[in-house]
Each structure stands twice: as structure tokens, then as C-alpha cells.
Design a protein around this ligand. Structure first.
Ligand code: ADP
Length: 209
């Protein structure tokens, strides 16, 4: 297998939380340029897998790679090539939406015109000057995805990106994934919605128990 064709490789991951066997030998690869859906009901182990993949959690056994680097040793260069949105909401709530994006734009040396472009795409231009603590769940999630796209990543990893959101936010997030993918980029997306997987994904993997 030519690993350059596979930005994500997951090999026989096992994870035990005490007596709970959360993962029992998960393996799959995500091809360059595809939208890969990771499907399963709540509690199946999707977040655990994505946390291990991005190096936030250690597996009990097995190995995973992003751009051919081991998850536990991802370099800054590789991290800059990826955008990650997990369920934990880590926005600065007392800052406005625009300030949140500009903060990261400065960090990544990204022009503020990109911030405006993303605010517009996610219909947050007007709301951009309001504090994030007053945002709805859908607005926060749109802002998180905008933030993940700021540094022009090649790979997007999304954990249940539309769970519990209003239909307008869901539609904008789906369009963002389609746009991102149409430029040749790679997406790994976990979801428990079959319709979402059906609309967005080129290939899917199921995980259950
Ligand atoms: P999903 O993302 O598919 O909903 P998770 O990866 O969150 O699934 O959870 C998989 C299993 O591991 C579940 O049984 C869950 O209760 C358990 N689990 C997840 N995190 C922990 C933890 N920190 N401690 C103990 N059990 C956990």
C-alpha cells in the first residue's frame, strides 16, 4: 500500500477503559480525496477512535497514522495540514465570533479577508460582532468548522458535526464538507445519521459493539 495515497491509516486499535472494552480491533484506511463516513450508534466507539487518531488519547493496543506519522507523535507540519472539530466546544465565549476567528488567523498568519469569507459562508457576518456566549448551538458549531478551515487544511476530521443542530446549520455544514471535498481534500466524518452518510460519503465503515 502506498501510504501517500492514504492520509489516515488505522490498524487494529484496541481501547479499554477499565473493564469497558470500547474498541476491539478497529482497522480502516481513508483514501486521499474521499469523504469517509464512520458510522455507528452512540457509545459504539467513534469518539474514542478519533481521539486516538488525533493523539489525544492513548490506545491500549494498535497503531494509527495521519499523513504517515504515528498519532502520538504528530509533527507541527502535519497538525497544520489538518482541521479537527470535536464535540467539546472550545471557543472563547466572551469574545465575539469574529474575534475568535481573527485570534486563530493571527496565530496561523492567515489574512483577515479569509475570516470574512468564512463568516459569510457560514452566515455569521452579522452575528460576527456578538459574543459567542450568546450564540445558538448551531452558530457555535458553524464557527468551529469555520475555524477548522482557516488554515486551508488538506484533511478535515469531524466528530458528529451536525448532531442536535437546526436544519439550516446542518445544510451549511454539509455544503462546507462538499466544497472542501470538491477541492481534492480528504474528510473523515463520524455520524450516527444514515442520511448524512448517504449524502456526503464516498465510502463508509460501520462500528457497533
Ligand atoms: P461514540 O463516540 O460512538 O458515541 P465513545 O467512543 O464515546 O462512543 O464511547 C465508546 C464506549 O466507551 C462507550 O461504552 C462509552 O461509555 C465508553 N467510554 C468512553 N469514554 C470513556 C471514559 N473516559 N471512561 C470510561 N468509559 C468510556
Amino acid at each position: 500500500m502506498d501510504t501517500t495515497d492514504y492520509p489516515i491509516i488505522i490498524e487494529d486499535l484496541n481501547k479499554e477503559y477499565g473493564k469497558v472494552k470500547a474498541l476491539k480491533g478497529i482497522s480502516f484506511q481513508v483514501k486521499k480525496g474521499e469523504v469517509f463516513g464512520f458510522l455507528g450508534p452512540n457509545g459504539a466507539g467513534k469518539s474514542t477512535t478519533l481521539n486516538i487518531l488525533t493523539g489525544l488519547l492513548q490506545p491500549t493496543d494498535g497503531e494509527s497514522y495521519i499523513f504517515n506519522e504515528k498519532s502520538k507523535k504528530l509533527s507541527k507540519t502535519t497538525k497544520h495540514k489538518m482541521g479537527v472539530v470535536f464535540e467539546t466546544n472550545n471557543l472563547y465565549k466572551r469574545l465575539t465570533g469574529r474575534e475568535n476567528l481573527n485570534f486563530f488567523a493571527d496565530l496561523y498568519n492567515v489574512d483577515s479577508s479569509k475570516v470574512e469569507e468564512l463568516l459569510a459562508f457560514f452566515d455569521l457576518t452579522k452575528a460576527g460582532d456578538r459574543q459567542v456566549k450568546n450564540y445558538s448551538k448551531g452558530m457555535r458549531q458553524r464557527l468551529l468548522i469555520a475555524r477548522a478551515l482557516l488554515n486551508d487544511p488538506q484533511l478535515l476530521i469531524l466528530d458528529e458535526p451536525t448532531s442536535g443542530l437546526d436544519p439550516q446549520s446542518v445544510e451549511m455544514i454539509h455544503r462546507a464538507v462538499e466544497d472542501f471535498s470538491s477541492q481534492g481534500n480528504t474528510v473523515l466524518l463520524s455520524t450516527h445519521f444514515m442520511e448524512e452518510a448517504d449524502r456526503l460519503c464516498d465510502r463508509i465503515a460501520f462500528i457497533n459493539e
